[in-house]
Design a protein around this ligand. Sequence first.
Ligand code: HOZ
Length: 429
Amino acid sequence: MNISKSEQLFSRAQSSIPGGVNSPVRAFKSVGGNPIFLKSAKGAYLYDVDGNRYIDYINSWGPMILGHAFEPVVEAIQKKAADSTSFGAPTELEVEMAELVKSFVPNVDLIRMVSSGTEACMSALRLARGFTGRNKFIKFEGCYHGHADSFLVKAGSGMATFNIQTVPGVTGGVSNDTLTCGYNDLEAVQQLFAENKGEIAAIIIEPVAGNMGCILPQPGYLEGLRRICTEEGALLIFDEVMTGFRLAPGGAQERLKVDADIVTYGKVIGAGMPVGAFGARKEIMQHIAPLGSVYQAGTLSGNPLAMIAGYTLMKHLKENPRIYTDLEEKSAYLEAGLQRVLEAAGTPFVINHLGSMISIHFSDHPVKDFATAASANNALFNKFFHAMLNRGVYLPPSAYETWFLSAALSQEDLDTTITAAEESLREIL
Ligand code: HOZ
């Protein structure tokens, strides 16, 4: 029997890397089978070590909005590397990057670069606590804000995929300050504020959730959170790690017309390099060291290779706003095609979609929060995932993850995906 190179590598990886992967969602543990090891990617396609090609709907979990190995980014990184890969001291490029980001997001006066979305969110929370002098905060069931201790309570993404309820190593002292309630439930938020009067520093939310599949905020929900935060003297943090520079040039804030107090970024801002960022108006950001005493630091923050990658991509997005309309059109076409084949297949389903984020839940009821996402037929999704993979379409290996489209997808790729979905449904139902 032939053992594929991916299988050989996975078996070898497990001797040296926990579970054979450097981040849990990469494992195929919940969908079954073994992860595919990748060799390269270009545009809309991934190539594995066995020479198979896949149409990519993960896009590195969001950063590759223009597809893989976008030439201007690759060239800029190559050129920059010759000037040294890190200084640990300020550079002109960091100033240019901050100015460029601010030109996308009018309510950000000051922005601090970090190395991941996790760092951005944990720093934003510390800042909110430092600014308000309060300890507690609200997060929503099924939202994922990275793996900092405070956020690992009822979290989505890998926590939901692997059904991890509590995380050993996160102390009760930390998680007691994390208040949770269901996404899209404004009354529950009001209740939490009533029960914890004057103690809540912030609400943190994915304005469009992508870590329990794609879940949209219901009309008035984000506006309601905004109003409650203002009334209660708490800060509204938008985790725009997924939505930032993707749903619109100014992210979810622009698209959904709700302003947050602190915004966090990751993914697109780094063009596939390790970059995160958090920003706010000056009144809040001036509490960050060295202006204030909310300490936050990083040897690789503002790293020149990471900055040039992000800057080059972001500049391209700025100069080519047509990319966003193109992504809208492609996503709408994909949704219509999936809708058609799912209806014809006769199985209950829900497609949630905004901009270039989309996902399918096999459900007969609307999916608007973690409970409704969890009660969908996720075993059927797992079968669907494998049937699609066998047809060369690479979806996230979990129903608790959104799909991300890239502008590199061609009409033919979208048609191939829709046909693959039609055949897959025929096979698994
Ligand atoms: N959190 C992202 C997926 N929802 C990707 C990063 C990871 O967990 O590996």
